[in-house]
Structure formats: structure tokens, C-alpha cells
Design a binder for this molecule. Structure first.
Ligand code: AMP
Length: 146
């Protein structure tokens, strides 16, 4: 028997970032979503697309939110790949603790993949803020071309 999806809790860190209570360096900020660098990247250029509409994850998201957000996910994936000449991009999305989710506001991981370079472990090991800033600028420059 499957458990019901718990209610959305707006005390999560991405909700605080969306409300501006925690400052963020945004790659995208449009009517649908924001994008930020992941502070514990699995690869160079790992970023997150966070819809503005509140849902805990895919399991309680509305069809409208999902339909609106996927084109932005694709745009960010193209820009992140181009910014670092990656060989591929992994798009990941985790649902509930058992599914690997650690922040309970829907988000998509955009993870550039480089041939021969293993991905780092999920949500482990921060990189310096200055490095993330440089990576953010490189992705923004590619977004501006799309
Ligand atoms: P998930 O496990 O799918 O919920 O992913 C949450 C992600 O958010 C992890 O990859 C973390 O490294 C990342 N993360 C946690 N806190 C922050 C933050 N303040 N800014 C950016 N990324 C974060």
C-alpha cells in the first residue's frame, strides 16, 4: 500500500529562496521558474530549475505546472551543456525521501556530463561560491543566445 504524499511545507530552503528571504544568484527568473547553481554540484555546471508554483515534488504537481516548466528545463539543459562543452546532460528529479529527495519543493537537476568523468555523489560536498559564480555567468551567457 502506498502512503499519501505529505502536504507542502513552505519552510523549505527553495521556498525561502523564491520569496527572497535567502539571497540567490539566479540564472533564470521568469514567470514560471527560477534557476540557480546547485551548491553541492555532481558535475561542473550542475544547476537547478525550481518552478515558482508550490508543490512538494512531481507527485503533487499540477499538469499545468509541469507543462509550463518543461520547456524551461530544456532551455537550461541546452545552455548548461553549451556553457562547458559537455558531452551530455542528465536531467534528474527525486520524489520523497525514499526516492532521494532532500528539499521538498519541486525542482529539476540539470547535470552536465563529461565523458570519462564520474559524477560526484548527490548533495555531498560544497564548492566555493566564487566558482559557482563563474559557472553561473557562463550559463547566463549561453541562455542569452537562445
Ligand atoms: P534533492 O535531493 O533532489 O531534493 O536535491 C536538492 C539539491 O539542492 C541538492 O543537490 C543540494 O545540493 C541542493 N541544495 C541544497 N541547498 C541549496 C542551496 N541553498 N542552494 C542551492 N542548492 C542547494
Amino acid at each position: 500500500m502506498s502512503a499519501a504524499t505529505p502536504a507542502y511545507d513552505d519552510g523549505n530552503i527553495f521556498a525561502k529562496i523564491l520569496r527572497g528571504e535567502i539571497p540567490s544568484d539566479r540564472l533564470i527568473d521568469d514567470e514560471v521558474a527560477i534557476a540557480i547553481m546547485d551548491i553541492m554540484p555532481e558535475s561542473k555546471g550542475h544547476c537547478l530549475l525550481i518552478p515558482k508554483t508550490a508543490s512538494r515534488n512531481l507527485l503533487d504537481a499540477s499538469d499545468e505546472t509541469l507543462a509550463r516548466v518543461m520547456p524551461v528545463v530544456a532551455k537550461l539543459a541546452r545552455a548548461a551543456k553549451a556553457a562547458f562543452s559537455a558531452d551530455g546532460v542528465r536531467v534528474a528529479q527525486f520524489n520523497e525521501e525514499a526516492g532521494g529527495q532532500t528539499v521538498f519543493h519541486l525542482h529539476f537537476h540539470i547535470v552536465p556530463v563529461y565523458e570519462g568523468v564520474p559524477l560526484k555523489r548527490h548533495a555531498m560536498g560544497e564548492v566555493p561560491a566564487e566558482t559557482l559564480k563563474e559557472h553561473a555567468e557562463a550559463i547566463r551567457a549561453e541562455l542569452a543566445k537562445l
